[in-house]
Each structure stands twice: as C-alpha cells, then as structure tokens.
Design a protein around this ligand. Structure first.
Ligand SMILES: O=P(O)(O)OC[C@@H](O)[C@@H](O)c1c[nH]c2ccccc12
Length: 265
C-alpha cells in the first residue's frame, strides 16, 4: 500500500505544486486546541502536518518553539496523550501527520511499541532531531514493520556519505535544514540554498522539503521554487503567544492560506 505521504507528493507533483509542511507543538496551549486545529490546518492548505512532541530540553529549537514546549509540558502533556488525541481526530484530518521530537521520550516508550501505537493512532511518519541513521538501528526495522515512515534531516554541513546514507535509510521525505542553527524566523534566505538543494535533489530519490527560518509567503515561494516543499514552524507557533480560542484558529488558518497561495502555481 502506498503511504499517505507518498500519495500527497505524487498528487502535488502532477499539479506542479509544492508541499506546505506546517509545524505546531502538540498540546500548546492544550490538547483540545491542537485537536480542533488539525482538521482546520489541513483544510486551509497544509499538505503535511508536523506535530511536535513537547520536550524539556529541545536543543535544536529557538525560543519560540521552546516556549511552546514549555506551555504544553505545563499542561502535563505526555506522548501517550498526544497519540490518543491524534487517534481521536485522525478521520477528520485529510493531511498526513508526522510527529517530530527528540529521541528520549520515544526510547522510554520503546521503539517497537511506539512504531505500532503511532501507526495505530494514524501517524504517518516520525522525525527525530537527535537520531542520525547510525543510531536508528532499532527504530528502523520496527518502523518498517509497522508502516511508519522515518524522516531524516540533512544540513548544509552534511557530506556526500551522509546524503547517501539518509537516502538509503530514510522514507517519506527528506528534511533539508536551510541554515546551521536553531529553529526560528530569519531576515532572509541563504543565497547558496538553491545550489545546495539542487545537489541534494540530484542524489536523493525522496522528495526534499526545506525548512528553518521561513516565515513569510515571499520566503516560502522563493524556497519552494528550489525544493519539493517548505516547512514553516516558528511563524505559526508565534501566533500561539498572541491569540487563543477562535481568534487563534482564524490567525493560524489565515497564515496557512497565504503561505499555500504563495507556493501554488
Ligand atoms: O521554526 P522554523 O524556523 O520555521 O523551522 C521549522 C521547524 O519549526 C520544525 O520543522 C521543527 C521544530 N522543531 C524542530 C527541531 C529540529 C528540526 C525541525 C524542527
């Protein structure tokens, strides 16, 4: 059976479109808000939803997403609760859902049990920031058996060996981190990005999406032109600090609509 992620890229490719991957932290400010947002994000134009698992030491994240994790943890949000919430809303969400996080909570849960429970809940993929392919020896076979796609990251400092390795081990798509540093808004897009993305896309059989520091429709359009999709996180998560309830839903879906419009031919 072809995966939801694969189908989404195939469909976009036929239309000459690019994927909009949108990130929010699960349980920010509470799980009921996340549950209400997921279907609306998909309707507004999110092609893939990246859902962050709150973590106490999110070292790859800038202040915006760190605070989102803190808000969720203050609510006592656990991995079990995130899976239960996703399974409750799964049928209403037309987009693939990828969980993003750090290894520790998944390791404690148990690789195999996690892969099975995640797929059971309707999760399509998993991206662990601090788990390079050489440390994914237990996760990869468990994920493959369960049908959970494992998404790896590449950065501007990844060498040819690393690129080949993630091309071999990864599934779903490849996440290209456009800048060295942490998540969060940046003034401008790196000038060498187009060339870097071309090199990666020539070597890799998976769709390549680019993220980190993309916050405006203009930046999204610029990066999408050189990739199979773009990821927007902090710009969306910032709205959680300014709004709540219905106004939050309106702001989030409004931003997603304008991002999707900017990358649609
Ligand atoms: O926040 P930004 O700069 O828009 O970047 C995407 C990002 O939020 C999301 O993909 C993500 C959140 N936390 C991460 C940690 C590592 C890699 C990626 C992520």
């Amino acid at each position: 059976m072809k995966s939801r992620i694969h189908n989404r890229f195939t469909q976009l490719h036929k239309q000459g479109g690019k994927a909009l991957v949108t990130f929010i932290t699960a349980g920010d400010p509470d799980l009921a808000t996340t549950a209400a947002l997921l279907p609306r994000m998909a309707e507004a134009g999110a092609d893939i939803i990246e859902l962050g698992i709150p973590f106490s030491d999110p070292m790859a994240d800038g202040p915006t997403i760190q605070r989102a994790s803190e808000r969720a943890l203050a609510q006592g949000v656990t991995l079990e609760a995130v899976l239960a919430m996703v399974s409750q809303v799964r049928e209403q969400v037309s987009a693939p859902i990828v969980l993003m996080g750090y290894s520790n909570p998944i390791y404690s849960y148990g690789w195999q049990r996690f892969a099975q429970d995640a797929v059971q809940a309707g999760i399509d993929g998993l991206l662990l920031v601090d788990l390079p392919p050489e440390e994914a020896g237990e996760l990869l076979p468990a994920a493959r058996a369960a049908g959970l796609e494992i998404i790896f990251l590449l950065t501007p400092t990844s060498d040819a060996t690393r690129i080949k390795q993630v091309s071999r081990c990864g599934s779903g798509f490849l996440y290209y981190v456009t800048v060295t540093g942490v998540t969060g808004a940046r003034q401008s897009v790196s000038t060498s990005l187009e060339h870097e993305l071309q090199t990666v896309r020539n070597t890799i059989r998976l769709p390549v999406v680019a993220g980190f520091g993309i916050s405006t429709p203009e930046q999204a359009a610029q990066v999408a032109a050189a990739a199979d999709g773009v990821v927007v996180g902090s710009a969306i998560v910032k709205l959680f600090e300014q709004y709540q309830g219905e106004p939050l839903q309106t702001e989030v879906t409004g931003l997603i609509r304008s991002l999707k419009r900017a990358i649609t031919p």
